[in-house]
Design a protein. Structure first.
Length: 313
């Protein structure tokens, strides 16, 4: 879906017009994929609008930058304030927020030393990413996720998404909504842009981060909600075939939120309908982000948006 533009983008501490947020073709990032970024949602609520888990996202951005030795000239607080500023200046909520740190225009060698660090934060309206609450049909990808000690999975780096594109494109051309990647040892890792959860015999499972999964903020939120609901939760390595015999499987992610999976490789998950535990967790998640239940975990940062725009997609 085409991006709906907004008036301003935050660049290195200042708001600039959307049309002026450009980089040169010879920038380091264009040739070598040298960027780290975030994807964050701001929800509209009866009492106003609020960004979901803003400090956690911006801390992950700083962590990703640190892994790649990128020195970000802004503190966590300054970056969080930048997100609030750009949302309030643009007056768009609900919205999706895309902060990005990249290596800009300087030198052409692989060494990033002479290329300046640039920080941008954009926000724009964005709707549902996967099929909503009825469940999506997915496949196991023939592409593995990133092997340990190659591209680090805990960094949310632009370059990682070349692998995500392979997984997602393969799924799409074969008629699936999404693909699940196995790690280099054939164990379940994650979707191209989502973490994976499995329910079997009343226990909630998700792969540990060592299986080349991103440390998802929504993953952490699901684990927190599940523990709060008194559900048994286990982070452990999962063989591929467990997905075929699971009672319930769902994705978590900022874009996907909590999305039930209906089938995997054309094998129905359970009876093909969203399961009870998935529903319980999704209900709790959406109640919190939509402001219908108290923010008991302190996950919401309020923003003042007077000109709320509906998400059209
Ligand atoms: C590869 C990958 N895994 C998992 C996730 C879910 O992470 P989060 O819940 O922080 O959005 C994402 C989305 O950012 C992703 O791109």
């Amino acid at each position: 879906m085409p991006i709906q533009t907004t008036p301003n983008i935050w660049h290195n501490g200042k708001l600039i017009p959307w049309e002026q947020a450009n980089i040169h073709i010879m920038s380091h990032v264009v040739h070598y994929g040298s960027s780290v970024f975030e994807g964050i949602r701001c929800y509209k609520q009866p009492q106003g609008s609020a960004v979901f888990r803003l400090p956690e996202h911006m801390q992950r951005l700083l962590d990703s930058a640190r892994i790649y030795r990128m020195e970000v000239p802004f503190t966590l607080e300054e970056l969080c304030a930048g997100v609030v500023d750009v949302i309030e200046a643009n007056g768009v909520a609900p919205c999706y927020i895309r902060p990005i740190v990249l290596r800009g225009y300087g030198e052409i060698g692989v060494s990033p030393k002479g290329s300046p660090i640039e920080v941008y934060i954009a926000n724009f309206p964005w709707g549902k990413y996967l099929g909503g609450q009825s469940g999506v049909d997915v496949c196991i990808s023939s592409w593995n996720r990133l092997a340990p000690n190659t591209l680090p999975s805990l960094a949310k780096a632009g370059a990682n998404y070349m692998n995500s594109q392979l997984i997602h494109m393969e799924a799409e051309v074969n008629g699936y909504a999404e693909g699940i990647g196995l790690d280099v040892n054939g164990l379940v890792s994650e979707g191209s842009g989502e973490n994976v959860f499995v329910v079997r015999n009343g226990v909630l499972y998700t792969p540990p981060l060592a299986n080349s999964a991103l440390s998802g903020i929504t993953r952490d939120s699901v684990l927190t909600i599940a523990r709060h609901l008194g559900l048994p939760v286990t982070e452990q390595a999962l063989p591929r075939e467990l997905l075929y015999i699971a009672d319930e499987v769902f994705f978590s992610g900022t874009a996907a939120e909590v999305s039930p999976i209906r089938s995997i490789d054309r094998i129905l998950v359970g009876d093909g309908k969203p399961g009870e535990i998935t529903k319980k967790i999704a209900d709790e998640f959406f109640a919190i982000v939509n402001g219908l239940k108290p923010d008991r975990f302190g996950w919401l940062t309020p923003v003042k948006v007077s000109n709320n725009e509906p998400v059209t997609a």
